[in-house]
Design a binder for this molecule. Structure first.
Ligand SMILES: Nc1ncnc2c1ncn2[C@@H]1O[C@H](COP(=O)(O)OP(=O)(O)OP(=O)(O)O)[C@@H](O)[C@H]1O
Ligand SMILES: [Mg+2]
Length: 366
Protein backbone atom coordinates (compact mmCIF):
# COMPACT_ATOMS: atom_id res chain seq x y z
CA UNK A 1 0.00 0.00 0.00
CA UNK A 2 1.45 3.34 -1.02
CA UNK A 3 0.73 5.62 1.90
CA UNK A 4 1.67 8.67 -0.08
CA UNK A 5 -1.28 8.21 -2.36
CA UNK A 6 -3.78 11.00 -1.78
CA UNK A 7 -6.35 8.64 -0.43
CA UNK A 8 -4.60 6.40 2.03
CA UNK A 9 -6.98 3.53 1.64
CA UNK A 10 -10.56 2.68 1.42
CA UNK A 11 -12.52 -0.44 1.48
CA UNK A 12 -15.50 -0.87 -0.73
CA UNK A 13 -18.68 -2.57 0.32
CA UNK A 14 -17.12 -4.74 2.92
CA UNK A 15 -20.45 -6.29 3.74
CA UNK A 16 -23.85 -5.92 2.16
CA UNK A 17 -25.10 -2.76 3.78
CA UNK A 18 -28.50 -1.93 5.08
CA UNK A 19 -27.99 1.77 4.79
CA UNK A 20 -30.88 2.77 7.04
CA UNK A 21 -29.36 1.20 10.17
CA UNK A 22 -25.83 2.29 9.47
CA UNK A 23 -24.04 5.23 11.01
CA UNK A 24 -20.90 7.16 10.18
CA UNK A 25 -18.22 8.21 12.61
CA UNK A 26 -16.38 11.20 11.24
CA UNK A 27 -13.09 12.50 12.61
CA UNK A 28 -11.78 15.61 10.88
CA UNK A 29 -8.22 15.64 12.20
CA UNK A 30 -5.68 18.32 11.35
CA UNK A 31 -3.71 15.98 9.05
CA UNK A 32 -6.42 13.65 7.74
CA UNK A 33 -10.12 12.85 7.76
CA UNK A 34 -11.08 9.44 9.07
CA UNK A 35 -14.49 7.90 8.42
CA UNK A 36 -16.02 4.58 9.45
CA UNK A 37 -19.46 3.14 8.75
CA UNK A 38 -20.88 0.72 11.31
CA UNK A 39 -24.12 -1.21 11.46
CA UNK A 40 -25.74 -2.88 14.43
CA UNK A 41 -26.56 -6.52 14.06
CA UNK A 42 -27.75 -8.68 16.95
CA UNK A 43 -26.43 -6.18 19.48
CA UNK A 44 -23.04 -6.25 17.80
CA UNK A 45 -21.35 -3.42 15.86
CA UNK A 46 -20.33 -4.55 12.39
CA UNK A 47 -17.78 -2.64 10.34
CA UNK A 48 -19.14 -1.92 6.87
CA UNK A 49 -16.52 0.36 5.41
CA UNK A 50 -13.83 2.80 6.42
CA UNK A 51 -11.47 5.26 4.77
CA UNK A 52 -8.91 7.95 5.40
CA UNK A 53 -7.82 10.89 3.30
CA UNK A 54 -4.79 13.08 3.90
CA UNK A 55 -5.56 16.81 4.00
CA UNK A 56 -2.06 18.09 3.15
CA UNK A 57 -2.51 17.66 -0.62
CA UNK A 58 -5.64 19.91 -0.51
CA UNK A 59 -3.37 22.78 0.54
CA UNK A 60 -0.46 21.88 -1.76
CA UNK A 61 1.29 20.34 1.22
CA UNK A 62 2.38 16.83 2.04
CA UNK A 63 0.72 13.75 3.48
CA UNK A 64 1.07 13.83 7.29
CA UNK A 65 1.20 17.63 7.43
CA UNK A 66 -1.36 19.39 9.60
CA UNK A 67 -3.28 22.05 7.68
CA UNK A 68 -5.97 24.60 8.33
CA UNK A 69 -8.14 24.27 5.25
CA UNK A 70 -10.65 26.79 3.94
CA UNK A 71 -14.23 25.45 4.09
CA UNK A 72 -14.50 24.71 0.37
CA UNK A 73 -11.31 22.59 0.39
CA UNK A 74 -12.41 20.73 3.52
CA UNK A 75 -15.80 19.98 1.96
CA UNK A 76 -14.07 18.74 -1.18
CA UNK A 77 -11.85 16.40 0.87
CA UNK A 78 -14.83 15.17 2.86
CA UNK A 79 -16.82 14.40 -0.28
CA UNK A 80 -13.77 12.61 -1.72
CA UNK A 81 -13.26 10.33 1.28
CA UNK A 82 -16.99 9.51 1.46
CA UNK A 83 -17.00 8.61 -2.22
CA UNK A 84 -13.80 6.62 -2.10
CA UNK A 85 -14.84 4.63 0.92
CA UNK A 86 -18.28 4.15 -0.64
CA UNK A 87 -20.28 5.08 2.44
CA UNK A 88 -24.02 4.48 2.20
CA UNK A 89 -25.59 6.53 4.93
CA UNK A 90 -25.92 10.24 5.61
CA UNK A 91 -26.26 9.95 9.36
CA UNK A 92 -23.02 11.10 10.93
CA UNK A 93 -21.56 11.59 14.38
CA UNK A 94 -18.76 14.15 14.29
CA UNK A 95 -15.77 14.81 16.55
CA UNK A 96 -15.01 18.21 18.05
CA UNK A 97 -11.33 18.81 18.92
CA UNK A 98 -10.49 18.79 22.62
CA UNK A 99 -8.69 22.09 22.21
CA UNK A 100 -11.91 23.75 20.98
CA UNK A 101 -13.75 22.48 24.04
CA UNK A 102 -13.95 23.18 27.71
CA UNK A 103 -14.03 20.18 30.06
CA UNK A 104 -13.91 20.33 33.83
CA UNK A 105 -15.22 18.73 37.01
CA UNK A 106 -17.17 20.99 39.33
CA UNK A 107 -18.57 20.58 42.83
CA UNK A 108 -22.21 21.51 43.38
CA UNK A 109 -23.67 21.77 46.89
CA UNK A 110 -26.44 19.18 47.13
CA UNK A 111 -29.77 20.87 47.63
CA UNK A 112 -32.80 18.70 48.31
CA UNK A 113 -35.58 19.46 45.91
CA UNK A 114 -33.65 22.05 43.95
CA UNK A 115 -33.32 21.65 40.18
CA UNK A 116 -29.80 20.38 39.51
CA UNK A 117 -29.71 21.87 36.02
CA UNK A 118 -30.38 25.32 37.45
CA UNK A 119 -27.58 24.81 39.97
CA UNK A 120 -25.16 23.68 37.29
CA UNK A 121 -25.95 26.69 35.12
CA UNK A 122 -25.32 29.00 38.03
CA UNK A 123 -22.05 27.30 38.93
CA UNK A 124 -20.86 26.95 35.32
CA UNK A 125 -20.64 30.74 35.00
CA UNK A 126 -17.72 30.66 37.39
CA UNK A 127 -15.76 28.12 35.38
CA UNK A 128 -16.50 28.69 31.71
CA UNK A 129 -14.35 31.52 30.38
CA UNK A 130 -16.96 32.86 27.91
CA UNK A 131 -20.61 33.90 28.41
CA UNK A 132 -22.85 30.84 28.95
CA UNK A 133 -25.14 32.11 26.21
CA UNK A 134 -22.33 31.53 23.70
CA UNK A 135 -21.78 27.83 24.47
CA UNK A 136 -23.57 24.52 24.24
CA UNK A 137 -23.26 22.79 27.59
CA UNK A 138 -23.63 19.21 28.73
CA UNK A 139 -22.96 17.45 32.04
CA UNK A 140 -22.93 14.15 33.88
CA UNK A 141 -23.44 13.76 37.59
CA UNK A 142 -21.10 11.30 39.32
CA UNK A 143 -23.60 9.38 41.41
CA UNK A 144 -21.28 7.27 43.52
CA UNK A 145 -18.75 9.90 44.21
CA UNK A 146 -19.77 12.51 46.71
CA UNK A 147 -16.86 14.66 47.65
CA UNK A 148 -15.39 14.65 51.13
CA UNK A 149 -15.75 18.39 51.51
CA UNK A 150 -18.85 19.92 53.05
CA UNK A 151 -20.42 23.35 52.73
CA UNK A 152 -20.30 25.71 55.72
CA UNK A 153 -23.75 24.50 56.79
CA UNK A 154 -22.76 20.83 56.50
CA UNK A 155 -24.28 19.93 53.11
CA UNK A 156 -22.46 17.56 50.79
CA UNK A 157 -21.10 18.45 47.38
CA UNK A 158 -21.98 16.50 44.23
CA UNK A 159 -19.33 16.09 41.54
CA UNK A 160 -20.36 16.99 38.01
CA UNK A 161 -18.43 16.57 34.77
CA UNK A 162 -19.12 19.71 32.78
CA UNK A 163 -18.38 20.16 29.08
CA UNK A 164 -18.93 23.21 26.92
CA UNK A 165 -18.34 23.91 23.25
CA UNK A 166 -18.58 27.33 21.67
CA UNK A 167 -21.64 27.72 19.44
CA UNK A 168 -19.45 29.18 16.67
CA UNK A 169 -17.43 25.93 16.60
CA UNK A 170 -20.57 23.82 16.34
CA UNK A 171 -22.06 26.04 13.64
CA UNK A 172 -18.84 25.74 11.64
CA UNK A 173 -19.10 21.94 11.77
CA UNK A 174 -22.82 22.04 10.92
CA UNK A 175 -22.04 24.06 7.83
CA UNK A 176 -19.32 21.69 6.62
CA UNK A 177 -21.42 18.59 7.31
CA UNK A 178 -24.53 19.85 5.57
CA UNK A 179 -22.51 21.14 2.59
CA UNK A 180 -21.15 17.61 2.24
CA UNK A 181 -24.72 16.26 2.04
CA UNK A 182 -24.54 14.56 5.42
CA UNK A 183 -26.85 14.87 8.41
CA UNK A 184 -25.24 15.83 11.67
CA UNK A 185 -26.76 13.38 14.12
CA UNK A 186 -24.48 13.89 17.11
CA UNK A 187 -21.26 15.56 18.01
CA UNK A 188 -18.84 14.66 20.72
CA UNK A 189 -15.46 15.87 22.00
CA UNK A 190 -12.84 13.62 20.37
CA UNK A 191 -11.43 12.38 23.68
CA UNK A 192 -14.72 10.77 24.75
CA UNK A 193 -14.91 8.94 21.41
CA UNK A 194 -11.32 7.70 21.65
CA UNK A 195 -11.99 6.38 25.17
CA UNK A 196 -15.11 4.50 24.03
CA UNK A 197 -13.23 2.56 21.35
CA UNK A 198 -9.96 2.06 23.23
CA UNK A 199 -11.09 0.93 26.67
CA UNK A 200 -12.78 -2.21 27.91
CA UNK A 201 -14.12 -2.61 31.43
CA UNK A 202 -11.26 -1.19 33.42
CA UNK A 203 -11.60 -1.26 37.18
CA UNK A 204 -8.64 0.94 38.02
CA UNK A 205 -7.75 4.34 36.57
CA UNK A 206 -5.87 4.37 33.24
CA UNK A 207 -4.28 7.08 31.15
CA UNK A 208 -5.24 7.14 27.46
CA UNK A 209 -3.07 9.11 25.05
CA UNK A 210 -3.97 10.08 21.47
CA UNK A 211 -0.88 11.00 19.44
CA UNK A 212 -2.25 13.20 16.65
CA UNK A 213 -0.38 15.16 14.00
CA UNK A 214 -0.56 18.55 15.69
CA UNK A 215 -1.67 17.81 19.26
CA UNK A 216 -1.32 15.01 21.81
CA UNK A 217 -4.40 14.41 23.92
CA UNK A 218 -4.21 12.88 27.40
CA UNK A 219 -7.21 11.59 29.34
CA UNK A 220 -7.44 9.88 32.70
CA UNK A 221 -10.35 7.49 32.91
CA UNK A 222 -11.66 5.87 36.06
CA UNK A 223 -14.52 3.33 35.82
CA UNK A 224 -15.30 4.56 32.33
CA UNK A 225 -15.56 8.20 33.42
CA UNK A 226 -13.10 10.77 32.10
CA UNK A 227 -11.86 12.64 35.13
CA UNK A 228 -9.06 14.63 33.59
CA UNK A 229 -8.10 15.70 30.06
CA UNK A 230 -5.45 17.85 28.48
CA UNK A 231 -4.39 18.79 24.97
CA UNK A 232 -0.61 19.24 24.45
CA UNK A 233 0.34 21.57 21.63
CA UNK A 234 2.85 19.22 20.04
CA UNK A 235 2.27 16.13 17.96
CA UNK A 236 3.78 13.65 15.54
CA UNK A 237 4.10 16.27 12.82
CA UNK A 238 6.66 18.07 14.99
CA UNK A 239 8.92 15.02 14.75
CA UNK A 240 8.77 15.24 10.96
CA UNK A 241 9.40 18.98 10.98
CA UNK A 242 12.44 18.55 13.25
CA UNK A 243 13.87 15.85 10.97
CA UNK A 244 13.22 18.01 7.94
CA UNK A 245 14.94 21.06 9.48
CA UNK A 246 17.91 19.25 11.00
CA UNK A 247 18.63 16.96 8.07
CA UNK A 248 17.85 19.57 5.43
CA UNK A 249 15.39 17.32 3.61
CA UNK A 250 11.85 18.12 2.49
CA UNK A 251 8.81 17.18 4.57
CA UNK A 252 7.97 14.20 2.38
CA UNK A 253 11.40 12.64 2.84
CA UNK A 254 11.40 13.41 6.56
CA UNK A 255 7.97 11.78 6.95
CA UNK A 256 9.22 8.66 5.19
CA UNK A 257 12.28 8.54 7.44
CA UNK A 258 10.15 8.92 10.56
CA UNK A 259 7.84 6.07 9.56
CA UNK A 260 10.70 3.87 8.43
CA UNK A 261 13.13 4.12 11.33
CA UNK A 262 10.95 5.34 14.20
CA UNK A 263 12.83 5.15 17.50
CA UNK A 264 15.23 2.51 16.20
CA UNK A 265 18.15 1.61 18.47
CA UNK A 266 20.52 0.79 15.62
CA UNK A 267 23.73 2.88 15.78
CA UNK A 268 23.26 4.11 12.20
CA UNK A 269 19.91 5.66 13.18
CA UNK A 270 21.17 7.38 16.31
CA UNK A 271 21.48 10.84 14.74
CA UNK A 272 17.87 10.81 13.55
CA UNK A 273 16.50 9.42 16.79
CA UNK A 274 18.41 12.13 18.67
CA UNK A 275 16.57 14.75 16.62
CA UNK A 276 13.15 13.34 17.52
CA UNK A 277 13.72 12.52 21.17
CA UNK A 278 13.67 16.04 22.68
CA UNK A 279 10.19 16.63 21.24
CA UNK A 280 8.93 13.35 22.65
CA UNK A 281 10.59 14.12 25.96
CA UNK A 282 8.69 17.42 26.10
CA UNK A 283 5.40 15.67 25.28
CA UNK A 284 6.05 13.01 27.93
CA UNK A 285 6.95 15.56 30.59
CA UNK A 286 3.53 17.16 29.97
CA UNK A 287 1.85 13.74 30.13
CA UNK A 288 3.62 12.99 33.41
CA UNK A 289 2.35 16.22 34.97
CA UNK A 290 -1.23 15.36 34.01
CA UNK A 291 -0.78 11.92 35.61
CA UNK A 292 0.93 13.30 38.73
CA UNK A 293 -1.74 15.99 39.23
CA UNK A 294 -4.43 13.34 38.95
CA UNK A 295 -2.73 11.00 41.39
CA UNK A 296 -2.31 13.77 43.92
CA UNK A 297 -5.86 15.05 43.58
CA UNK A 298 -7.61 11.68 43.71
CA UNK A 299 -5.10 9.80 45.86
CA UNK A 300 -5.05 6.98 43.32
CA UNK A 301 -2.17 5.40 41.43
CA UNK A 302 -2.26 5.00 37.66
CA UNK A 303 -0.55 1.78 36.62
CA UNK A 304 -1.47 1.50 32.99
CA UNK A 305 -1.43 3.71 29.90
CA UNK A 306 -3.03 3.03 26.53
CA UNK A 307 -1.67 4.80 23.47
CA UNK A 308 -3.50 5.45 20.22
CA UNK A 309 -3.73 7.90 17.28
CA UNK A 310 -1.71 7.77 14.07
CA UNK A 311 1.39 9.01 15.89
CA UNK A 312 1.31 5.91 18.14
CA UNK A 313 2.36 3.88 15.11
CA UNK A 314 5.87 5.30 15.52
CA UNK A 315 8.11 2.26 15.88
CA UNK A 316 9.40 1.85 19.42
CA UNK A 317 6.96 4.34 20.95
CA UNK A 318 5.53 1.73 23.35
CA UNK A 319 8.98 0.99 24.78
CA UNK A 320 9.77 4.72 24.92
CA UNK A 321 6.51 5.30 26.82
CA UNK A 322 7.24 2.52 29.31
CA UNK A 323 10.60 4.11 30.02
CA UNK A 324 9.22 7.62 30.41
CA UNK A 325 6.07 6.79 32.36
CA UNK A 326 7.43 3.87 34.40
CA UNK A 327 4.31 1.78 33.97
CA UNK A 328 2.69 -0.79 31.70
CA UNK A 329 1.87 0.70 28.27
CA UNK A 330 -0.31 -0.95 25.63
CA UNK A 331 -1.29 -0.02 22.11
CA UNK A 332 -5.06 0.46 21.72
CA UNK A 333 -7.10 -1.83 19.53
CA UNK A 334 -9.85 0.53 18.29
CA UNK A 335 -11.66 -2.16 16.28
CA UNK A 336 -11.92 -4.44 19.33
CA UNK A 337 -15.63 -3.75 19.80
CA UNK A 338 -16.55 -4.21 16.15
CA UNK A 339 -16.90 -7.30 14.01
CA UNK A 340 -15.01 -7.45 10.75
CA UNK A 341 -13.94 -10.17 8.32
CA UNK A 342 -10.85 -12.06 9.46
CA UNK A 343 -8.80 -11.19 6.38
CA UNK A 344 -8.88 -7.55 7.42
CA UNK A 345 -7.43 -8.20 10.85
CA UNK A 346 -3.83 -7.56 9.83
CA UNK A 347 -4.36 -4.28 8.00
CA UNK A 348 -6.70 -2.99 10.72
CA UNK A 349 -4.16 -3.73 13.42
CA UNK A 350 -1.56 -1.78 11.49
CA UNK A 351 -3.60 1.19 10.29
CA UNK A 352 -6.35 1.04 12.89
CA UNK A 353 -4.78 3.30 15.49
CA UNK A 354 -5.68 6.48 13.66
CA UNK A 355 -9.34 5.38 13.65
CA UNK A 356 -9.96 5.34 17.39
CA UNK A 357 -11.94 8.60 17.38
CA UNK A 358 -14.02 7.74 14.28
CA UNK A 359 -14.87 4.26 15.61
CA UNK A 360 -15.81 5.62 19.03
CA UNK A 361 -18.18 8.13 17.40
CA UNK A 362 -19.92 5.49 15.33
CA UNK A 363 -20.26 3.29 18.43
CA UNK A 364 -21.89 6.21 20.24
CA UNK A 365 -24.40 6.66 17.49
CA UNK A 366 -25.32 2.98 17.38
N1 LIG B 1 3.76 4.44 10.70
C1 LIG B 1 3.86 5.61 11.29
N2 LIG B 1 4.95 5.92 12.04
C2 LIG B 1 5.06 7.12 12.63
N3 LIG B 1 4.15 8.09 12.55
C3 LIG B 1 3.04 7.84 11.82
C4 LIG B 1 2.84 6.60 11.16
N4 LIG B 1 1.65 6.66 10.51
C5 LIG B 1 1.14 7.87 10.77
N5 LIG B 1 1.96 8.58 11.55
C6 LIG B 1 1.78 9.96 12.02
O1 LIG B 1 0.53 10.09 12.63
C7 LIG B 1 0.06 11.44 12.49
C8 LIG B 1 -1.38 11.39 12.08
O2 LIG B 1 -2.13 10.82 13.12
P1 LIG B 1 -3.68 11.12 13.25
O3 LIG B 1 -4.37 10.73 12.00
O4 LIG B 1 -4.14 10.51 14.52
O5 LIG B 1 -3.65 12.72 13.39
P2 LIG B 1 -4.80 13.78 13.21
O6 LIG B 1 -6.04 13.24 13.83
O7 LIG B 1 -4.90 14.22 11.80
O8 LIG B 1 -4.19 14.98 14.06
P3 LIG B 1 -4.77 15.77 15.31
O9 LIG B 1 -5.45 14.78 16.19
O10 LIG B 1 -3.57 16.38 15.97
O11 LIG B 1 -5.70 16.79 14.75
C9 LIG B 1 0.94 12.10 11.43
O12 LIG B 1 1.78 13.04 12.05
C10 LIG B 1 1.74 10.93 10.86
O13 LIG B 1 3.04 11.31 10.49
MG1 LIG C 1 -6.79 13.26 15.78
Amino acid sequence: MDFFAKSLFSLKNLLASKASQSVLGLDIGTSSIKVVQLRKEKEQAVLETYGEIALGPYANMQVGQAVNLADDKLIEALKDVLRESNTKTKRAAVAIPLKSSFVTIINIPSLEGKDISEMIHLEARRYIPVPISEVVMDWWVFPEEESEEKTADGRKFIKVLLVAIHKDTINEYRKIISSSKLELDKFEIETFSMIRSSLGRETSPVAVIDFGASTTKVAIVDFGIMKSSYSINKGSQDLTLALSNSLGVDFKRAEETKREIGLSDLPEHKEMVNIMEPILEYIFSEIRSVITDYQRKYKQTINRTIITGGGAMLKGLTEFSVKHLSMEVNLADPFLKTEYPAFLGGSLKKAGLSFSVAIGLALLDL
